[in-house]
Design a protein around this ligand. Sequence first.
Ligand SMILES: C[S@@+](CC[C@H](N)C(=O)[O-])C[C@H]1O[C@@H](n2cnc3c(N)ncnc32)[C@H](O)[C@@H]1O
Length: 253
Amino acid sequence: MPWNPDQYHKFQAQRSAPFDDLLKLVEVRPHLKVVDLGCGTGELTRRLADILPESDVLGLDLSPQMLAKADSVKRAGLTFELGDQANLSGQWDLIFSNAALQWSENHPRLIGHLYDRLAAGGQIVVQVPSNHTHISHRLISETAREEPFISILDYYLRQTPVLSIEEYSRLLFELGGEEIIAFEKVYPHVLENADAVLEWVSGTALVPYFERLGTGKDLFVENIRAKFRAAMPGNPVFYPFKRTLFSAHKPRP
Ligand SMILES: C[S@@+](CC[C@H](N)C(=O)[O-])C[C@H]1O[C@@H](n2cnc3c(N)ncnc32)[C@H](O)[C@@H]1O
């Protein structure tokens, strides 16, 4: 997908609050082998690496554009690599992922695969957005189902693979995980107006549509802008953003 680091960074302050919560779930120990899945531009991977003494941290991402920016935060013990999180190989003491696993399908299979990649005593710590019932997402799906977009998109509709917190906790339990934590939290963002909500989703939820729309992109955006303005007329707009955080440890034999 054509990720745009500049667009994504427009709401960096708001996006770092869930990362701070996620970091608090990490059991800090020295000498860990760590992977940050969907590390993006790497600043947050650097913050993760900085709290883990004498650890080797790898940031993995599928986007060369995002990784190009990560070069500037590299240091000894912190490297970056192009790769698909769904095909993670190797053994890891900590598998960490902030706002990226939602881009891979079939979470029961994905979480099972990642759990298998944990070393004994290892930890998986994940944050995914669970905001898919918000009006902004419903309006995007509605527009994608209308002509001419439904034809241009060839009936493509982005469906979130994100599960409920009950499902994640059960999955982790059935995999044998211990010290399971799973919770959902609202991050109460206050954005200037409906156009700012559109800016926000342009860096995330709209990315897979932009990839498929070609020259239809501008018309698609203008249709959504009109719907957003009608549905969220406030100034400012309160944007309660739900996110799911979960963690589990793999027991030692
Ligand atoms: C919303 S950004 C999050 C970036 C970073 N973790 C953060 O918190 O700022 C999602 C990232 O996931 C990456 N991504 C999407 N699908 C991926 C996949 N299958 N494997 C690895 N990275 C992926 C994107 O390239 C993008 O950099």
